[in-house]
Design a protein around this ligand. Structure first.
Ligand code: HEC
Ligand code: HEC
Ligand code: HEC
Ligand code: HEC
Length: 132
């Protein structure tokens, strides 16, 4: 009796361990991102924007992370040489910044809509991005 239970339990424990190993690193990564994070906005006027990070970038042929994840120079300018991947946009673009810096909503609209308009591909109308 005892032997049978161990035989059944041993492989399933190994399986659980395996599943955990694969889940852990991706749990909060861009692989499972299905919408743009909205936690920085206290109130949402529009439905959160659907954005499947990896799918989007594959479809759009975007291999260069810095296209979206630019950094910041010592002088406080946009740095297109150094990627800030892993840092959220709102860490540099608050919702209500001081002295003429780009606010979070405008940062998103400029980046997303400009590329869609320039490339004549991807949504440009409010309701196409802010879908219920
Ligand atoms: C290409 C996609 C895109 C289009 C088109 C777009 N937005 Fe957005 N918008 C975003 C993203 C991304 C955010 C930040 C994440 C979020 O709010 O889901 C955002 C944020 C916002 C916010 C701040 C968050 C909130 O819900 O209060 C408002 C307001 C907003 N957009 C209104 C609009 C309006 C109005 C239009 C049309 C004139 C529009 N957007 C078109 C992508 C888009
Ligand atoms: C089309 C624009 C775009 C491209 C290209 C892009 N990303 Fe992102 N990525 C985003 C947006 C938007 C977020 C959400 C940012 C936030 O949380 O404020 C994000 C989030 C992330 C996150 C999660 C951490 C975070 O910032 O919240 C990682 C990690 C990441 N991206 C890595 C990459 C890597 C690596 C590449 C290149 C292979 C890449 N990204 C290319 C737009 C992009
Ligand atoms: C490490 C800091 C940093 C991060 C992270 C960052 N930015 Fe920026 N970004 C800047 C700086 C600095 C500027 C120039 C000053 C300003 O406009 O606020 C800038 C400017 C911009 C501009 C204006 C460009 C123009 O043509 O005027 C857009 C759009 C923008 N960022 C979008 C984003 C988006 C979207 C994300 C997240 C995917 C992001 N930024 C992440 C630092 C950052
Ligand atoms: C540098 C260019 C570029 C940037 C920046 C960009 N996109 Fe796109 N996007 C594209 C292209 C190209 C397509 C069309 C892909 C196709 O279907 O061929 C697209 C398609 C889409 C689509 C429809 C396909 C899908 O993935 O569901 C959505 C939604 C979208 N983009 C949202 C966004 C949002 C939100 C942002 C800003 C966080 C953004 N995009 C930034 C180039 C870009």
């Amino acid at each position: 009796m005892h032997k049978i239970t161990t035989r059944i339990l041993a492989p399933s424990a190994a399986l659980i361990a395996l599943v955990l190993i694969f889940l852990a690193p991706t749990a909060f990564s861009q692989d499972d991102m299905v919408e743009v994070p909205t936690s920085a906005f206290t109130v949402l006027e529009r439905p959160a924007v659907k954005f499947e990070h990896d799918n989007h970038n594959e479809l759009a042929g975007l291999d260069d992370c810095v296209v979206c994840h630019h950094g910041q120079t010592d002088a406080g300018l946009m740095d297109m040489e150094n990627s800030s991947e892993g840092e959220s946009c709102d860490s540099c673009h608050p919702v209500n910044p001081e002295n003429g810096k780009t606010p979070l909503m405008r940062a998103y609209h400029r980046q997303c809509i400009t590329c869609h308009t320039d490339g004549l591909k991807g949504p440009v109308v409010c309701g196409e991005c802010h879908k219920d």
